[in-house]
Structure formats: C-alpha cells, structure tokens
Unconditional design. Structure first.
Length: 168
C-alpha cells in the first residue's frame, strides 16, 4: 500500500492510501505529521482505521443547557435568508437568490449567523446582482429599442452570448 498526501481538509489534513481495491481516505489529523502517522497506522494494521487520540476541550461548544435552535427564519423578496442551520461547531445561514443558493460563513451563535447573512444580503442588494439570463434579456432590449438593430442580428448575438456563458 502506498500513502499519498497529506492534503488539506477543512481545518486539518488527511492522507490517501492506494490499496489493491482502490484509493481510501484516512481519518483527518490536525497537522500534516498527525495525518501521516494516521495513514502509516492504517497501512501497518492492514487497512483497519486507527483510533484518533484527540484532546478534549475543557470548555465544550455545546453545553447541555443550550436550548434548541429557533425555527429557521426566512426573508421574503428576491434575496431570501434561510436558517440559521447547524454547521460543525457553529451556525450558518443560506442566501437564496434568483440565481441559486449560497452558504454564508459560519458563526458561533444563531444570532451572529443571521446578522452575517443580513450583511451579505445588504451588500448584494446594493451591488444589484442579476443573473446572466436577466442581463442578456436587458441587452437584447437595448439592441432592439436603443440601437435599432435588426431582429435577426439580435437573435444571433443572443445565441452567441448564451453559448459563451453556458446554461444559466
């Protein structure tokens, strides 16, 4: 078996082991050296996952008296906030737009996660994000009404631009 890596993984590192069955990911370590040690133990034990000795924090992230998260809040309109949702050791919200959905950065509390999402929505609203489809429709209107281009020319230009930008 051959060890490949270590590769960055979230806040740590992990290695990949080339086995006769194919490549297998090993458990994640906090440092590159720990990731290599875990992979070497995996190879030495013949493919059995090694137990990870982890340090235990004295200050847990989720003490037992923490109430359940509130119902996800939603904001209506072209930009909508969904969440907050649990994410690893924090919370994060999702922003829904006409172009799709994107996740915000995680925050330690639900209130902070929602405030971060509100900031993202405010910035996006100021920037006036629009989709490629909306921009192409506006450009076709401009060609038709302002420039006075022929209809076939407008159709050809739109077709070329849609092919360039891909499906939207």
């Amino acid at each position: 078996m051959k060890i490949e890596g270590p590769y960055p993984k979230n806040r740590g590192y992990r290695c990949r082991v080339l086995t006769p069955e194919g490549r297998k990911w090993c458990a994640t370590g906090t440092t590159e050296e720990e990731a290599l040690r875990i992979a070497e133990e995996y190879v030495a034990t013949g493919g059995k996952p090694a137990a990870l000795p982890r340090e235990v924090d004295d200050d847990p992230i989720d003490p037992p008296d923490v109430p359940e998260p509130p119902e996800p809040r939603k904001r209506s309109g072209p930009l909508r906030i969904e969440g907050p949702y649990r994410h690893r050791d924090g919370w994060r919200c999702r922003i829904a737009t006409s172009a799709g959905r994107q996740w915000c950065s995680p925050a330690p509390t639900t209130d902070r996660a929602y405030k971060l999402a509100e900031q993202v929505v405010a910035i996006a609203a100021r920037q006036g994000r629009i989709t490629v489809t909306d921009a192409l429709a506006a450009y076709e209107d401009y060609q038709r009404e302002e420039k006075g281009n022929r209809e076939q020319s407008i159709l050809n230009t739109g077709q070329v631009l849609r092919r360039f930008f891909g499906p939207s």
